[in-house]
Design a protein around this ligand. Structure first.
Ligand code: SF4
Length: 339
């Protein structure tokens, strides 16, 4: 394997100064040939499937609706994104709750077992650059959230039918929406109930939950998977400990379908306009975004910092891979196996 920095260093990677002497853009992302970003290229699923349909998910649609340019950076140019404490916190909580609800026993796992699932599912990536005390504080917070979750009563008569239910729902020949539903419950009448966990600090009002595109898509996915629409859909805000539930009749499934088709058509037409918004400060691609070019004094610094963080992450993962390979080789030798 070549050095993690191979292909990302050296003056030849910087665009030449333009003929009018204007300063070059830091990275000519749009003109960059495949492989420019070397080993840092991510492995995101492709934008279209084998049938030529635009491959969407709720998160892809949400990104496009927030800022089409961000969508392009992420899913067309496939620029890498960074792990963050918030994302890793959410991944860890989801992993623990999946294991909790996956247990097919008459009695649910104990609180200690749920905390054990958290230990197993803890995603360290987003916390790696934080001081140890902050990492511990995040972990303690996750434990507290799950203790509260464990103490809550579930609606009587319900059992878990599926966790992380993977779906791929076609929308005509234009798009396919993929994703996984956190949990599907079934009640004593055989009706289905969809639940999605959220790790926002505050719960959203009921009107927003009823207007959730994500829940409408999950309802359609439920019909695709099980042949029946759910009776209710919920967002379970696990941090404040509040599940907000709405009935199927409150969802606008036709609007969700229209949004999917309109988003797919816009992507196919390569409409990727730049829409600055209140989330720009947290956007992974701000350092290369034309909306901020020349406006932010720290553009160069942000890009250098991002590159260094990516290199550190890559080195750490290469080190872990080598340790694992060495361990596997040692075990194989002890057991007289070929590797
Ligand atoms: S920085 Fe803002 S405007 Fe630029 S791509 Fe990101 S979200 Fe869009």
């Amino acid at each position: 394997m070549s050095s993690p920095d191979a292909g990302t260093q050296g003056p030849s990677r910087l665009p030449p100064t333009s003929e009018d002497g204007a300063a070059p853009r830091l990275l000519e992302v749009e003109d960059a040939p495949p492989g420019t970003f070397g080993e840092l290229e991510p492995t995101a699923p492709p934008l279209t499937d084998a049938q030529g349909r635009i491959r969407l998910s709720f998160s892809r649609i949400d990104t496009y609706r927030t800022c089409p340019r961000k969508f392009r950076f992420r899913y067309v140019d496939r620029l890498p994104t960074q792990p963050s404490p918030h994302l890793s916190f959410g991944t860890s909580i989801h992993g623990a709750l999946e294991a909790f609800h996956d247990r097919k026993l008459p009695d649910p796992p104990s609180e200690d077992e749920l905390l054990g699932f958290l230990y197993d599912a803890w995603d360290t990536r987003g916390f790696a650059d934080l001081p140890r005390e902050e990492q511990v504080a995040h972990y303690r917070h996750a434990q507290q959230v799950l203790r509260r979750y464990h103490a809550r009563q579930r609606p009587p008569g319900r059992t878990t039918a599926a966790t992380e239910a993977w779906f791929e729902v076609p929308f005509a020949y234009e798009a396919v929406v993929v994703g996984s539903i956190d949990r599907v419950d079934v009640d004593a009448d055989g009706d289905l109930h969809v639940v999605d966990y959220k790790t926002n600090r505050r719960a959203r009002p009921r009107s927003e939950v009823a207007a959730s595109l994500q829940l409408a898509l999950y309802a359609l996915a439920c019909r695709h998977l099980y042949g029946a629409l759910p009776r209710t859909v919920s967002l379970d805000f696990v941090v404040p400990g509040l599940e907000v539930t709405v009935g199927l009749e409150e969802l606008d499934l036709e609007a969700a379908r229209a949004t999917v088709l309109a988003t797919a058509a816009a992507i196919r037409a390569e409409r990727f306009e730049t829409v600055p918004n209140r989330l720009c400060d947290w956007c992974d691609h701000r350092a290369v975004c034309p909306a901020w070019e020349g406006e932010a004094d720290d553009t160069f610094g942000a890009a250098v910092t991002t590159a260094e963080q990516l290199r550190r992450r890559l080195r750490r993962e290469v080190r872990e891979l080598r340790e694992l390979e060495a361990g596997i080789a040692r075990l194989a030798t002890e057991r007289g196996l070929d590797t």
